[in-house]
Design a protein around this ligand. Structure first.
Ligand SMILES: [Zn+2]
Length: 89
């Protein structure tokens, strides 16, 4: 193996690890299964990152009253205090 190939390989490994690490930390912050997401992040660049962002950011909705971005599992809108769901518990 030539040394240039070696540098390219190291660069690719570095980028893959960086992406995996970023997804790992972001998933941990959000209370997701971060080990699973971290491993998933090392599978493919940049497809894993795109899938991760789509999945984790897809949980967003718009408030029906103030139309601000909120999480789908909020019970009350943090901006206008409208009740979004009936609390069944
Ligand atoms: Zn609102």
């Amino acid at each position: 193996m030539e040394s240039t190939d070696m540098y390219i390989l190291l660069g690719v490994i570095f980028i893959v690890l960086l992406q995996g690490l970023w997804i790992f930390q972001d998933a941990r912050k959000r209370g997701l299964r971060y080990w699973l997401w971290g491993l998933f992040g090392c599978l493919s660049v940049p497809a894993s990152l795109i899938i991760y962002l789509l999945v984790t950011r897809a949980n967003k909705a718009l408030c029906p009253r103030c139309e601000k971005k909120i999480s789908k599992d909020y019970l009350i809108c943090p901006y206008c205090r409208i009740e979004l769901k009936m609390n069944t518990k």
